[in-house]
Design a protein around this ligand. Structure first.
Ligand code: ASP
Length: 608
């Protein structure tokens, strides 16, 4: 037998047993006539003791790091126990050994705190994967995969594969395309998601489908995106929004429980998109902490529940606020004692180009009941108090205020809120807070293209109460600057996103299943009939044969794993990821192909 036991299993109860082990040499330590070797495999590390009887053999066959070794020996109690590893009570007294393979010196140490930089580790990813820190991520990914499959199976979902070589029908991002040798000049596309296939499966009657599946999007890679990534892709027929929400919050809770031992028994909070934007300035708010926004200049919207009041800032002659489209505040607990240096640093922070604000105003709510503000000149104590109270501030808190154009200011205050949450340690890695964000707008107006685009994708249905608005209005806009006045701007989507700790981990919708409405949708997006037929004729055709009402969702599998693993980077949870330029530095891909291959494809390059 090659091995009788792994390197992670032996305990004190195994003393005197004869065992055969195989693995990689982690370290070799020679003390006079005896040699200790730590041998590693996927399951752990076992200390081996080579005594003087093996000296000659070791001299003839010296061991080096990452050599592959097989040993036969007797388990014995260690005199010097290591409490840090499960096998730390024992060692194996080697009787025979054989070197199964040698290794050249690895380019970095195979240890938790390795000396290898990012690029080097990516180039030798197969060695990086030997490290515990990476291995535990890959194990967690597998645990999430298994839990998903268990839950889906228990709930009657079938895993049905869908093709990777499909037709180019961009869903929002750019397609990766693959030339077809047998059809010169024609191209397949790789799916951005199996969206239309899962809908067709509903038409076919497979009313509960799922897949853990690769998706491909040729996007400019913003931080922490991968050109190929994995989704838990799901679809159900004969469902309403509530059925989908309940089923899939069940999935995430099941994963939490199985993988992390977390009992998330409370119902997942649900919030409208509109509320999320007003209360947190963000459609994927981190609700592990409060600091809700107080909008000081927005008649008709009550954010914190404590009220809004233009009068709080009106009439004081403070031009920055008077002239701004939006003035928003957050109350940061316990920071009234911020020094000048600290408030200056915060001001610099909001002025950074990524945030783009001109400045920051603040009110310190001192514990003695007085107020100290950067706007003392314009606002008396009463007004400062009123603003602070409206922002929900208590004695000891600081109220931070930003002013400017609505979109930018809202974004900025949302970033500031997140950063203050981080500074105050309110975004705890081991706390998990889920949120459903519902009913986002169906359309966005792309000013550069002068047309409506689907905020989610073109298969998402409008809220039933908005269907008439969609059908009875002409999507064309005469005056692009006034698109907000068009009835389409107010149509809400029958859509939902699941947010975990401020990250969108999943999104989906109840779909359009009537041909006419789908055609209207395509038309709203600026597709004439010919284009509709060319791109989506198969779907419109299928909808003529009894398509059932259906809806679904897809979760970002890599992201979910990263959050559960307490990491910001999805790359750490992918066995063979690409770098930020979309390159696989290990394979050196993408790369050129032979002229012969190009000739077969009848492709001429035009690289000048
Ligand atoms: N296919 C969608 C996406 O990839 C998810 C869905 O609507 O189910 O975002």
């Amino acid at each position: 037998m090659f091995r009788t036991i792994t390197c992670g299993e032996l305990r004190i109860a195994d003393i005197s047993k004869e065992v055969v082990l195989a693995g990689w040499v982690q370290t070799v330590r020679k003390f006079g006539s005896i040699t200790f070797v730590d041998m590693r495999d996927r399951y752990g590390i076992t200390q081996l003791l080579f005594d003087e009887t093996l000296n000659q053999q070791l001299d003839d066959n010296p061991l080096g790091r990452e050599y592959v070794l097989q040993v036969k020996g007797i388990v014995s109690e260690r005199s010097n126990k290591n409490k840090n590893i499960p096998t730390g009570d024992i060692e194996v007294l080697v009787k025979e050994f054989s070197i199964l393979n040698r290794s050249i010196t690895p380019p970095f140490t195979i240890q938790d705190d390795t000396d290898g930089g990012d690029d080097l580790r990516m180039k030798y990813r197969y060695l990086d994967l030997r490290r515990n820190a990476v291995k535990k991520n890959i194990e967690l990914r597998y645990a999430v995969n298994r839990a998903t499959r268990d839950y889906m199976h228990q709930n009657g979902f079938m895993d049905i594969e869908t093709p990777f070589l499909i037709k180019s029908t961009p869903e929002g991002a750019r397609d990766f395309v693959v030339p077809s040798r047998m059809n010169p000049g024609a191209f397949y596309a790789l799916p951005q998601s199996p969206q239309t296939f899962k809908q067709l499966l509903m038409v076919s009657g497979y009313d509960r489908y799922y897949q853990i599946v690769k998706c491909f999007r040729d996007e400019d890679l913003r931080a922490d995106r991968q050109p190929e990534f994995t989704q838990i892709d799901c679809e159900m027929a004969f469902v309403e929004q509530d059925d989908v929400l309940n089923m899939f919050e069940g999935l995430i809770k099941f994963i939490f429980n199985t993988v992390k031992g977390i009992d998330y028994s409370e119902q997942v909070q649900r919030m409208s998109w509109e509320d999320a934007m007003w209360v947190y300035g963000n459609d994927k708010p981190d609700i592990r902490f409060g600091m809700k926004l107080l909008n000081l200049k927005c008649p008709g919207h009550v954010f914190t529940g404590k009220g809004r009041n233009n009068l709080l800032i009106d009439g004081a002659g403070f031009g920055v606020f008077d002239d701004a489209e939006t003035v928003v505040a957050i109350s940061v607990p316990g920071c009234a004692d911020y020094s000048r240096k600290q408030t200056d640093e915060l001001t610099e922070w909001v002025k950074r180009p990524q945030i783009g604000m001109k400045g920051l105003a603040f009110i310190k709510c001192n514990t003695d009941g007085s107020f100290k503000s950067s706007m003392d000149k314009f606002y008396d104590g009463e007004r400062l108090k009123a603003i602070a109270e409206a922002a929900g501030a208590n004695a000891g808190d600081i109220v931070l205020i930003l002013a400017g154009s609505e979109e930018r200011t809202r974004k900025a205050i949302s970033e500031l809120r997140l950063d203050m949450g981080r500074r105050l340690g309110l975004r705890k890695e081991d706390e998990f807070k889920l949120l459903w964000v519902l009913d986002c707008p169906l359309f966005e107006y792309a000013e550069d293209e002068k047309r409506w685009v689907a905020r989610h994708h073109p298969f998402t249905s409008p809220k039933p109460s908005d269907i008439d608005t969609m059908i009875n209005n002409n999507p064309v806009i005469e005056n692009a600057a006034e698109y907000l006045k068009h009835p389409y701007a107010n149509i809400k989507a029958n859509a939902y996103d699941m947010v975990l700790n401020g990250n969108e981990i999943g999104g989906g919708s109840i779909r359009i299943y009537q041909k006419e409405l789908q055609q209207k949708m395509f038309q709203a997006l600026g597709m004439d009939e010919a284009e509709q037929l060319h791109k989506f004729g198969f779907l419109l055709g299928a909808f003529e044969y009894g398509a059932p009402p259906h809806g679904g969702i897809a979760f970002g599998f890599d992201r979910l794993c990263a959050i559960l693993g307490g990491s910001e980077s999805i790359r750490d949870f992918i066995a063979f990821p690409k770098n930020n330029s979309g390159r696989d530095v290990m394979l050196d891909a993408p790369s050129t192909i032979d002229q012969k291959q190009l000739d077969e494809l009848q492709i001429k390059l035009n690289l000048d």
